[in-house]
Every structure is written in C-alpha cells, then in structure tokens.
Design a protein around this ligand. Structure first.
Ligand code: ZN
Ligand code: ZN
Ligand code: ZN
Length: 128
C-alpha cells in the first residue's frame, strides 16, 4: 500500500492502535484532535472509551467499523473511571467529569459538541 500523507489518516483495525494518542484509540480517518470521518466539526474533539474492548473511539460508528462486536456502554458504577479523551489537550476525563462539564473541557476549555448530549446513552448508562 502506498504511504498516505498525514492529512489522510488510515483506518486502523484491531489490534493496531494510533500512536498519536496516550490511550488506545481506533477509528476511521481520525485527525490529531480525534475528529473522525463521521463527525468532523470543530467541536467534535472527544473520543470515548468502550468497555467491551477497552479502547477509545471518536464515535460509535468508528467502533462498528473497527471491531466485529456490538458496543457496550460504560456502566454506572464505572462513571468515576477515565472514559473520555479530550482531543484538544489530551486530558482524560471520567464519565462524571464529562457529564458535568457543560460542553467544555475542564482542563483546556475546548468546546465540546453540545449535540452529543442527545446520544449520551449510546456510550454511558446514564438512565436510572
Ligand atoms: Zn468494543
Ligand atoms: Zn467515527
Ligand atoms: Zn482539553
């Protein structure tokens, strides 16, 4: 395969992960701030950890592409564990910190996509 320029990042597949990040991270056309081929707006700079494979993905569709299993959500009892990567500064947030952060990184202030609130239940067991 010919080498790709850095601006056109390859899709990574397990067990391959991306050495630009401090956590295991996979996805489709992921940029340096964890935007992906599905969600690429300026504010789409978080990646989320899926407990089923203990790896971070920019979105659930990236998880679908990179794995051959269905996604599992972070269970409520693990909301104190790091599960969200800020693609802007590289900080990891616990689920609780992310849910309480008012759509901005508590470490660097980067704006997060407020639209993600609508599908939080895809990633976290937020309902009672
Ligand atoms: Zn998984
Ligand atoms: Zn994606
Ligand atoms: Zn940040």
């Amino acid at each position: 395969m010919p080498a790709q320029p850095d601006s056109e990042r390859r899709t990574t597949h397990p067990p391959e992960t991306d050495d630009r990040f401090s956590v295991p991270l996979r996805g489709v056309a992921v940029d340096a701030a964890t935007r992906c081929g599905h969600y690429g707006d300026a504010v789409d700079v978080v990646a989320l950890r899926f407990p089923c494979c203990d790896c971070y993905y920019p979105c659930f569709r990236c998880h679908d592409v990179a794995t051959d299993h269905g996604p599992e959500r972070v269970p409520r009892e693990a909301f104190g564990d790091p599960a969200v990567l800020c693609g802007a500064c590289g900080a990891t947030l616990t689920v609780r910190e992310y849910l309480d952060c008012d759509d901005a990184c508590p470490e660097c202030g980067a704006a997060f996509n407020p639209g993600c609130r609508r599908h939080r239940d895809r990633y976290f067991a937020v309902e009672e």
